[in-house]
Design a protein around this ligand. Structure first.
Ligand code: CAA
Length: 286
């Protein structure tokens, strides 16, 4: 089994940054790509800040931080991933955008042993694999936010993914990154979001109907069920646009009303209230 030494990460948003950080901390060479060099550089700045925080709290030595940073390069041109062993797509949760990226990756990644993975939270892997001429090498590799903190990774083989690809990615997640991998069938939402997103949407409906304040709904779940964070703060952390997009994908797959994003969530997204990343969601972060 060829080992994974060079990882390409496509998308320098919060998930792409977290994935870049954990890969670099595991001693891998990482090429972080976004549509412009400025966006990729902003991603690298975010990773550098996070590494500095990790050093300050004693989770990383200064040599470890320097080594991780030295392993990261940024690019706006996907052809820089031609020799990558593993490419992890972490772009916006939009099926058309992701399909277009997989089509491009299929053209530019010339390493025949490369694995093309998606960090999608809800889009069926089979649809992304169908955009390539190598569906046996395409797989879902879904990380959780904040990536440096959350141990879980979902591994999602499609009906065409080879066993060799699945085993290689599992070894990468468990052994190279030290994460906890679970394998799930290729169904929208996989395991975690199929359970989590209806819960988050139910909390949004409670705000809409005036059942309780956002603060009290969250306190209900932190103080009553020992969750580390309430559903509305968690939705703000994930990003309300992402929560809405996952809800849409689940609704499209299952047609169950509990997956449909409620009007309040849609209006907040349309108004640019995206949660922590925009400074305002159900709570204020400015
Ligand atoms: N990046 C790196 N490290 C971070 C971090 C970040 N963004 N946020 C927190 N941390 C670290 C802190 O530095 C701290 O580390 P040490 O223990 O080494 O000092 C540790 O995490 C705990 O942080 P804090 O004490 O500041 O805060 P906390 O105890 O409130 O924990 C939390 C913060 C880890 C986010 C916690 O509230 C939590 O676990 N929340 C739930 C998160 C969750 O459910 N994530 C899954 C979302 S679903 C998803 O991602 C999938 C999807 O497809 C939508």
């Amino acid at each position: 089994m060829t080992s994974i030494k060079h990882v390409g990460v496509v998308g320098a948003g919060q998930m792409g940054r977290g994935i870049t950080e954990v890969c670099a901390r595991a001693g891998l060479r990482v090429t972080l790509c976004d549509v412009t060099e400025d966006r990729a550089r902003a991603g690298l700045t975010g990773v550098a800040d996070s590494l500095l925080k990790a050093e300050k709290r004693g989770a990383l030595t200064s040599e470890g931080r320097a080594h991780a940073l030295a392993g990261i390069t940024v690019a706006a041109d996907l052809s820089r991933l031609s020799e990558a062993d593993l490419v992890i797509e972490a772009a916006v949760e939009d099926e058309q955008a992701k399909t277009a990226l997989f089509r491009q990756l299929d053209e530019v990644v010339t390493n025949p042993a490369a694995v093309l993975a998606s960090n999608t939270s809800s889009i069926p892997i089979a649809r992304l694999a169908a955009a390539t001429g190598r569906p046996e090498s395409v797989i879902g590799l879904h990380f959780f936010n904040p990536v440096p903190v959350m141990p879980l990774v979902e591994i999602i083989p499609s009906l065409h993914t080879s066993k060799a690809t699945e085993l290689r990615v599992r070894a990468f997640a468990d052994e190279t990154l030290g994460k906890k991998a679970i394998v799930t069938q290729d169904r929208a939402g996989f395991v975690v979001n199929s359970l989590l997103v209806p819960y988050l949407l139910a909390a949004v409906r409670m705000v809409s109907s005036g059942t309780a304040t956002a603060e009290d709904i969250d306190t209900g779940m932190t103080a009553g069920c020992a969750h580390p964070m309430g559903p509305l703060r968690l939705a703000d952390l994930i990003g309300l646009d992402t929560v809405a997009a996952i809800g849409e994908a689940l609704y499209e797959e299952y047609r169950e009303p509990l997956y449909a994003p409620p009007p309040l969530l849609r209006r907040m997204v349309e108004s640019g209230l995206l949660g922590r990343k925009s400074g305002q969601g159900f709570f204020n972060y400015q």
